[in-house]
Design a protein around this ligand. Structure first.
Ligand SMILES: Cc1ncc(COP(=O)(O)O)c(C=O)c1O
Length: 444
């Protein structure tokens, strides 16, 4: 039987040749003019203001010959960030030992400051990593654990992060304890109760996803962090799908450890991520790659990874600039608006057969939504949407879905993720395609 990750991967790799269709970055002048237009916008840029969001869309050099509705996997880089990256890449090549190490690397400090400002935390608490996986593994592998110690997670945490703890089981003799959560969550306090119920006197670390990758379900991270802190257990927040997507800043979550990719919702270049560690916790956490003892209290010890490109790192600044131009709240409202624009009609058409595994309440969700249709295999559906309609989505499967069984133990569905550059017409194509499937089923 296919594993959850395989299903995601199977769908992800189905449409071959996508890379060949990529289009060029906007010119510097077009990007600057686009940003200026957005900043000077007369109206409020409301969630349904298509003129405003049309301008936003023009900043993304995406290929409109296909409809990309898997922006959760990895996001297209915002045009202004792509331009900046190209510029820094050229500078790097001029004389790398000088331009990369001496000219560009020091500029990273400005990006650290800008990220800290956006997150509402101190720059000395931010490390820039290559992705969420790296930031999370610094946390997951950075604590000394003894045989018999337990680490706690839900069974809907990201597979690579669960695998990281499984490797520690084999290597260090620890025990990974996972438990199911309701899908969708009707009462967020129930999730906190389940974490509390699984804590024992052997629990040493807790992992929590800010947003569950399978469904887009947001979890009560603040309360779970408080629960851990009250018991002296570090809570590691996987913010891969929360950062720059949900409107809360890291500071508002009141957590000690937070990790995310920046190439998802911030639309920064691929290969960028962030680790936040509360200042007084830095000395107690080992880096993944060795750093001198003198840097024990310095957040930069987590960045001791040897020579690596600065171009994507420095271009994070331009992605942040676009993020601030949109505003966290306005961006989230637009994403919920886009999600509802396809989901509401499809659920209405599929009444009795179609169900949403994601909460519709914007307090607990954003752009991602997972749709389950009785009698329709989501892998086949995702393949059909690509083959017949050039609409790119991803199928998800969790546990062993069984008819009539609680979605808590197993479910499957089609995960659809628009983003700020998605056009309403593109979602109308999705609705029309799903309507046909609801009426006639999938072609044999
Ligand atoms: C919840 C979650 N955590 C971690 C990751 C890993 O992110 P990355 O591949 O950018 O390291 C992902 C990727 O989709 C994710 O969804």
């Amino acid at each position: 039987m296919m594993q959850r990750r395989d299903v995601l991967l199977a769908s992800l790799f189905a449409p071959t040749g996508m890379a060949a269709l990529a289009t060029a970055a906007p010119s510097p002048r077009t990007a600057a003019a686009g940003l200026a237009t957005l900043r000077a916008w007369e109206g409020g840029g409301e969630p349904s203001d298509e003129d405003f969001w049309g301008e936003v869309g023009r900043l993304f050099p995406v290929d409109r010959a296909l409809v990309n509705l898997n922006n959760g996997g990895v996001h297209p880089t915002a045009g202004p960030a792509l331009l900046a990256m190209e510029r820094h890449l050229r500078t790097t090549q001029e004389a790398p030992a000088y331009t990369l190490w001496r000219e560009l690397a020091p500029r990273k400090e400005g990006v650290r400051q800008a990220l800290a400002q956006m997150a509402g935390v101190d720059a000395e608490e931010i490390a820039i990593t290559r992705n969420a996986s790296e930031a999370l593994e610094i946390l997951q592998l950075g604590f000394d654990l003894e045989p018999g110690d337990q680490v706690l997670a839900t069974d809907q945490d990201y597979p690579r992060m669960l695998e990281t703890f499984r490797q520690r089981e084999r290597r260090d003799g620890i025990e990974l304890v996972t438990f199911p959560i309701p899908t969708p969550v009707e009462d967020p306090a129930e999730v906190v109760r389940r974490y509390a119920a699984h804590i024992t006197d052997r629990t040493r670390l807790i992992l929590v996803s800010q947003v569950v990758f399978l469904t887009g379900q947001a979890l009560p991270v603040r309360e779970i962090a408080a629960l851990g802190r009250a018991r002296g257990i570090p809570v590691l927040v996987d913010g891969a799908h929360g950062f720059a997507h949900l409107p809360e800043r890291i500071a508002e979550l009141d957590v000690d450890y937070y990790a995310t990719s920046l190439h998802k919702w911030l639309a920064a270049p691929q290969g960028t991520g962030l680790l936040y560690v509360r200042r007084d916790r830095i000395p107690g956490l080992w880096p993944l790659m060795a750093a001198p003892e003198t840097s024990s209290s310095d957040v930069r010890k987590f960045e001791e990874i040897g020579t690596h490109p600065m171009a994507p790192v420095l271009a994070i600044a331009e992605a942040l600039d676009l993020f601030h131009t949109l505003g966290a709240k306005r961006k989230h409202e637009r994403l919920v608006h886009l999600r509802e624009s396809w989901l509401a009609p499809v659920l209405e058409m599929g009444r009795g057969r179609a169900r949403c595994l994601t909460p519709r309440d914007p307090a607990w969700s954003g752009a991602l939504a997972t749709l389950s249709i009785d009698g329709i295999d989501p892998v086949a559906l995702s393949g059909h949407l690509w083959k017949e309609h050039r609409i790119f989505t991803v199928a998800v499967r969790h546990g062993t879905p069984t008819a009539g069984q609680s979605a808590e133990l197993g479910f499957e569905g089609l995960r659809v993720t628009p983003s700020v550059y998605t056009r309403p017409m593109e979602l109308e194509r999705l609705v029309a395609a799903l309507q046909k499937v609801l009426q006639h089923g999938l072609p044999a």
